[in-house]
Design a protein around this ligand. Structure first.
Ligand SMILES: C[S@@+](CC[C@H](N)C(=O)[O-])C[C@H]1O[C@@H](n2cnc3c(N)ncnc32)[C@H](O)[C@@H]1O
Length: 246
């Protein structure tokens, strides 16, 4: 992960959950989908790769009891610090590629909204393929090439330039040996405008750290104008779910 991103997550760690909790319903919805796409069973050993504050691991454990702790991996200690200390989680402050390169036993892995931070994607996938047992799964969750978030136009353009394309990732996963399927999962976000603007002001997406204070203020002014008539913002949040099975 580049220096700027590393700093971004170290800075934002303690307020990340407040900023990102669009709603409990949404987090539970995402957790349900992760459980279903992985066909998660109580005896599985699950890894949340690039777990951040572990928001989805926590929600998963509200829906299914697992015999083994979830291995929560993130390179930002400040993000990991937000996880409750409990024997339900094993936290590891380590880079994703280093993690998949070392001996650790697990059969289910999910990675949500992290892949845009990883430069050596093929290396990550091939090491993970070697590490997983036959039948093991990797669920890669990312945003599509374009998003309908109510952000300012320069932020949306910057997003489109930086986001890896899911088709390229699916091909890479196939190349290293996985059986791959691609699906789309959509959730309608409904959020008070003041809350969303607060999230943007606090640079809730790492994408927003590419803009300095002045540029962010200009972006917020553009949003203020565009959504002047609305007190609630509604937008579809679409996710690509790439399931890679060994
Ligand atoms: C957008 S957040 C997503 C967090 C979590 N998966 C979620 O969906 O809430 C991206 C996370 O990836 C972590 N990250 C970025 N690059 C990483 C890497 N190379 N190895 C491990 N974690 C990384 C960051 O520290 C951050 O916590």
């Amino acid at each position: 992960m580049g220096g700027t991103n590393q700093e971004h997550y170290q800075k934002i760690g303690s307020i990340y959950d407040d900023l990102w909790s669009y709603s409990d319903e949404y987090i539970q919805f995402m957790a349900t989908n992760i459980i279903e796409y992985l066909h998660l069973k109580p005896t599985d050993t699950l890894v949340d790769l690039g777990c951040g504050t572990g928001m989805y691991s926590k929600a998963i454990l509200e829906q299914i009891q697992l015999d083994n702790p979830i291995i929560c991996v993130d390179c930002s200690e400040k993000m990991l610090e937000q996880l409750p200390s409990s024997d339900q989680y094993k936290t590891m402050a380590i880079d994703a590629i280093d993690f998949v390169s070392q001996a650790e036993v697990y059969n289910q892995v999910f990675m949500k909204e992290v892949i845009h931070h990883i430069e050596e994607q093929e290396l990550l996938f091939s090491r993970l393929f070697q590490r997983l047992p036959i039948g093991g799964n990797f669920l890669l969750i990312l945003l599509p090439p374009t998003i309908d978030y109510p952000l300012f136009s320069k932020a949306l353009q910057r997003y489109e330039r930086g986001q890896p394309h899911y088709e390229k990732l699916a091909k890479l996963l196939e190349k290293v040996g996985f059986h791959v399927s691609v699906n789309f999962v959509e959730y309608l976000q409904v959020i008070p405008k003041s809350k969303y603007f607060h999230m943007v002001k606090n640079r809730y997406m790492s994408l927003l750290s590419f803009f300095d204070d002045q540029q962010l203020a200009e972006g917020l002014a553009e949003m203020e104008q565009k959504y002047a008539q609305q007190s609630i913002l509604e937008f579809p949040d679409r996710f690509v779910f790439i399931t890679a099975n060994k």
